[in-house]
Design a protein around this ligand. Structure first.
Ligand code: NAG
Ligand code: NAG
Ligand code: NAG
Ligand code: NAG
Ligand code: NAG
Length: 933
């Protein structure tokens, strides 16, 4: 029997004559340039996928409605960093040192809406922000020590036609810089800067204050900034007469500045509406200010106003919002409300009113909607205390020492919707204590000493939908549940018991949060139903809550559950099951120790198998050990995978098989890996992961053994200790090929004429791969893939045996690249088309085959079929040589996908040639039939 040589062939050099290699390289370059895979030192994330994402990975504070962000740190080469960032991001945060921003730096991010720059002393010339038409928020930040220089050329902001807010923090702007502000600007912030007087604003911004600048005449318009924030300017002490004359400002913040508010009326501001004077050491209500402006909002928090006497509010008629939090306020004149007829929100939190507070008695005409008396050392609420405030909607009484509540306390509060009584000394609730609060929707009783709460105590409010209950050690809760309850949160140290004699369901409950160790039902044989529950958060709970014995389980079925956040108490159960949650999309698991225990019967794969819709999986502190393809297969809808706080994590090489299906976002945060070459694929993968954003590998370290504290960076261990993984590279190349060619965006790229050429073929092939295309008539039974070195054997031995008509041969129609491809036909076209036109693909493997990019590519394409639709035999392997383990590494992995009869080992002379032929023919026929089914 003729056999190929067993010498390992030179790998790719032989293929110089084919267009494959340059083509692959071209594709890889193209792909690296145009799609972002890993961006070093950057996090790319979609905050809408996981609400608590910022807990795990570096975040970038977003504006409402924005989700898709990139946050980069240690940026030194801006162009290089930005190459790796996808063009469609909405938010970009950059931290590092870049002295000069290049022209057109951000031109490709046309959807960018928020840009936050923390880049040290910086120079920005015109043209830097070209193309940012959609940008709404721009900020320059530097945190302590104040201040850095920032040079901004006068017209640098001109392209930002949608800019809404502009912020400089920790920067000094040259007072003759003459920056032209975009006309759309409405919020301007200049915090922790070196302003000494308001006058300087005229020189810094040429069109901020109308008619002030020498160049202003050339600009026909001036802008209308509504909000100006100058907080934290520690040297700002002068106002300057007429400094802001003509500025149509509505809101001004001077928090923490030494400038005296007394001078403000002289500045020329006319229409000020809202003024914030927090943390300025003020001891008395600043009367001339309130006299001069018809203010609607005044914030005097963190000052030193200790007493408020009768006359103090005489000039505040127009105030709607007043905050006096954290002033050490000891006395408040009982007549204050009659002096503030418009007042709607009054914040008195963190004062010392407890012993003296007297609320006005009798009916006064008050508009007060929100009253905050939290942290005020209140021991009791006087009877009828709030009866004079019939309009009150929110009452905040958290953090006081209130022990007794009765219905008289809340008499007259017909409009109250929100009542916060958390962190008080409440021990008993009288049955009717909330009975007069007919409009109540939200009640907070966290941090009390209640030991039982019954629905009877909550009777009165028909619309109560948001309830928070907390107790010290244990809490028993009894029905009837408030009928409209949508959200329930319960905290207690040890035990939460639901005492439900007849299984009253929580019919409408959508959100349930529980923080305790044990959750129990009083009666064992009752099931508590949560038919509408969508968000379940469990913190510190014993994992027994999800025992696999359905009858003993607290939540047997959660048909509507979408988010499960389950952090346990570090106890490893012997079993755990997440069945009965068919709609689960987001799963966060933390602090479960069982994966480490060899006795544990719980396997990640078993747990996840029950969750077909899972899109987000975040695992923290689980001791998962080695992660292999077994753990994560079947997770095709998964979009985000996050591993957090893991110790000696191994990423098995079998995971490579999943690369085509890897989630779009893969994050590693605070992980210590095991130093093992099994993981050597992750380096190249992370650097070039097709359609996956990987974060956190550069920062990860690995340990060789339990006593290795050398803090070896994972990637440097892999590159110095593990053989260069050329095989992975070729896998990646072939995979990228498949991926690229099936992505229309790239197919239509005009620069690549050959793409056009193969497009039709591949498109059809792809459709069929997905099972969507029309069923074709197969031209061939078997496509045979082999390399030149094995050609002799294939042509002389294999082909006759399979092709000759029965009985001497198999009577199969074979396709052989060397024989059946037309002269001059593009080999790749032909190959893919032929594979598609054949019932099955037989790969002849020898040492040479392993080194040949051709065989590799063919094998990989076939593998891809297999992974895309596992269970259907399409690939048969024939081993000609005894191939050593290291070489075979990745092919061996394939064996898991294959059935035993899908591969044949001819290397050891194990198989009789005739028997082999017969088996092969049978198998080929079977594979063909399976494929047609
Ligand atoms: C402001 O800029 C002008 C012109 O660039 C320069 O002459 C001046 O020294 C700068 N002033 C300060 C305080 O940096
Ligand atoms: C009162 O002010 C404090 C401090 O700014 C704030 O945290 C709190 O939310 C405010 N209360 C209300 C009801 O807005
Ligand atoms: C339930 O929780 C989610 C996520 O925290 C929140 O978006 C939603 O508004 C909550 N629903 C209710 C009814 O409180
Ligand atoms: C993980 O895999 C490595 C290499 O295959 C092996 O040495 C190690 O014992 C495995 N660890 C666990 C926890 O299974
Ligand atoms: C643990 O690993 C370190 C670093 O590779 C090595 O120097 C040391 O000998 C190892 N110790 C044991 C007990 O294997």
């Amino acid at each position: 029997m003729g056999r190929g040589s067993t010498m390992r062939g030179e790998s790719s050099a032989k293929d110089g004559k084919t267009p494959l290699l340059p083509l692959l390289l071209g594709l890889m370059n193209l792909s690296v340039v145009s799609w972002a895979w890993t961006a070093p030192d950057c996090t790319i994330a979609d905050a809408s996928l996981l609400p608590r994402l910022s807990y795990y990975i570096p975040f970038c504070s977003l504006a409402p409605g924005l989700h898709f962000f990139a946050s980069c740190s240690n940026v030194k080469d801006l162009a290089q960093t930005l190459t790796a960032i996808p063009e469609k991001i909405e938010v970009l945060c950059l931290q590092g040192t870049i002295p000069v921003l290049p022209i057109d730096a951000f031109a490709k991010f046309s959807s960018l809406q928020l840009l936050r720059l923390q880049l040290g002393p910086i120079k920005i010339t015109s043209g830097v922000f070209q193309g940012l038409d959609q940008l709404q928020h721009l900020s320059f930040e530097h945190h302590v020590p104040c201040c850095l220089n920032l040079f901004l050329s006068p017209d640098a902001l001109e392209p930002l036609r949608s800019l809404h807010s502009l912020s400089f923090e920790g920067y000094c702007l040259n007072s003759s810089q003459n920056i032209q502000l975009p006309i759309s600007l409405s919020h301007l912030t200049l915090r922790h800067s070196c302003l000494t007087e308001l006058q300087e604003l005229q020189g810094i911004f040429q069109n901020l204050v109308p008619g002030s600048s020498h160049t202003a005449s050339s600009i026909p318009w001036s802008i209308s900034v509504e909000v100006l924030d100058l907080s934290g300017n520690l040297q700002l002490s002068q106002v300057g007469i007429g400094a802001l004359h003509g500025l149509q400002l509505q809101s001004l913040r001077l928090d923490g500045t030494p400038v005296s508010a007394v001078g403000l009326p002289a500045s020329g501001l006319l229409h000020l509406d809202s003024l914030s004077l927090v943390d300025k050491g003020i001891e008395k209500m600043p009367e001339n200010v309130t006299n001069y402006f018809t203010l609607r909002a005044l914030n005097l928090g963190k000052n030193k106003i200790q007493n408020i006497e009768d006359g103090d509010f005489s000039s505040c008629h127009s105030l709607e919002v007043l905050s006096l939090h954290a002033n050490g306020l000891k006395f408040l004149s009982p007549k204050f409300l009659s002096a503030l007829p418009q007042l709607q929100r009054f914040n008195l939190s963190m004062n010392k009113l407890g012993s003296t507070l007297v609320l006005p008695q009798g009916l006064i005409s008050s508009n007060l909607r929100v009253l905050d008396l939290s942290y005020n050392e209140l021991y009791t609420l006087p009877y009828g205390a709030f009866s004079s405030l019939p309009q009150l909607q929110e009452l905040w009484l958290s953090g006081n020492y209130i022990a007794n509540l009765s219905s008289e306390n809340f008499q007259g509060l017909r409009c109250l919707t929100t009542l916060d009584l958390s962190w008080n000394q409440i021990k008993v609730l009288k049955p009717d204590c909330f009975s007069s609060l007919l409009a109540l929707t939200s009640l907070n009783l966290l941090g009390t000493y209640l030991e039982r709460v019954s629905g009877n105590q909550l009777q009165g409010p028909q619309e109560l939908n948001h309830l928070q209950l907390g107790s010290f050690m244990m809490l028993d809760i009894y029905p009837p549940w408030p009928p409209a309850l949508l959200s329930l949160e319960v905290w207690t140290e040890t035990l939460l018991q639901f005492s439900v004699p007849s299984g009253e369901p929580f019919l409408f409950l959508e959100n349930l949060t529980i923080q305790t160790t044990y959750v129990k039902l009083l009666q064992k044989n009752i099931t508590l139903h949560f038919p509408s529950l969508r968000y379940l958060t469990l913190r510190g709970c014993d994992p027994y809550i999800f025992t696999s014995h359905l009858s003993e389980r607290f939540f047997p079925q959660l048909p509507a559950l979408e988010h499960l956040h389950f952090w346990s108490d570090h106890n490893g159960p012997s079993d755990l099951s997440l069945s009965g949650m068919p709609s689960l999309r987001v799963l966060e698991l933390g602090d479960l120790d069982y994966f480490s225990k060899s006795s544990s019967s719980v396997k990640l794969e078993v747990l996840l198998k029950e969750l077909p819709q899972l899109q987000v999986l975040a695992l923290s502190n689980l001791n998962v050990g080695n992660l292999s393809v077994l753990s994560l297969q079947d997770l095709s809808p998964l979009r985000l995978l996050l591993l957090n706080s893991e110790w000696t994590l191994g990423l098995d090489s079998s995971l490579q098989e999943l690369i085509p299906q890897m989630p779009q976002y893969v994050y590693f945060s605070d992980i210590t890996f095991t130093c093992q070459c099994e993981s050597s694929w992750v380096g190249p993968w992370a650097a070039r992961a097709p359609n996956t954003y990987v974060y956190g590998l550069e920062k990860s370290i690995c340990m060789a053994n339990a006593s290795d504290y050398s803090q070896t960076p994972l990637l440097s261990f892999l590159s110095s200790h593990c053989p260069h993984d050329a095989e992975f590279q070729s896998f990646l190349a072939s995979f990228i090929l498949v991926l690229l060619l099936t992505t229309l965006a790239l197919l239509v790229c005009p620069k690549w004429p050959w793409l056009h050429h193969v497009r039709t073929v591949l498109h059809a092939w792809w459709l069929k791969l997905g099972g969507r295309g029309p069923r074709s008539q197969f031209h061939y039974d078997v496509f045979i893939s082999y390399c030149v070195e094995n050609q002799d054997w294939v042509l002389k031995e294999l082909v006759p045996a399979l092709e000759k008509p029965p009985p001497s041969g198999g009577g199969l129609r074979l396709c052989l690249p060397e024989r059946d491809f037309g002269v001059g036909q593009d080999r790749m076209d032909a190959m893919i088309a032929s594979m598609e036109n054949s019932r099955t693909t037989l790969c002849v493997l020898s040492c040479e085959a392993l080194g040949s990019p051709w065989c590799n590519l063919e094998l990989r394409l076939a593998t891809y079929h297999l992974i895309a639709r596992p269970g259907t035999a399409r690939l048969l392997l024939l081993f000609l040589d005894p191939i050593d383990r290291w070489q075979l590494h990745s092919y061996n992995r394939l064996l898991r996908w294959l059935q035993k009869e899908d591969y044949f080992d001819l290397s050891q002379g194990k198989v009789e040639w005739n028997a082999f032929c017969e088996q092969l023919r049978r198998r080929l026929r079977k594979a063909g039939q399976e494929r047609e089914d």
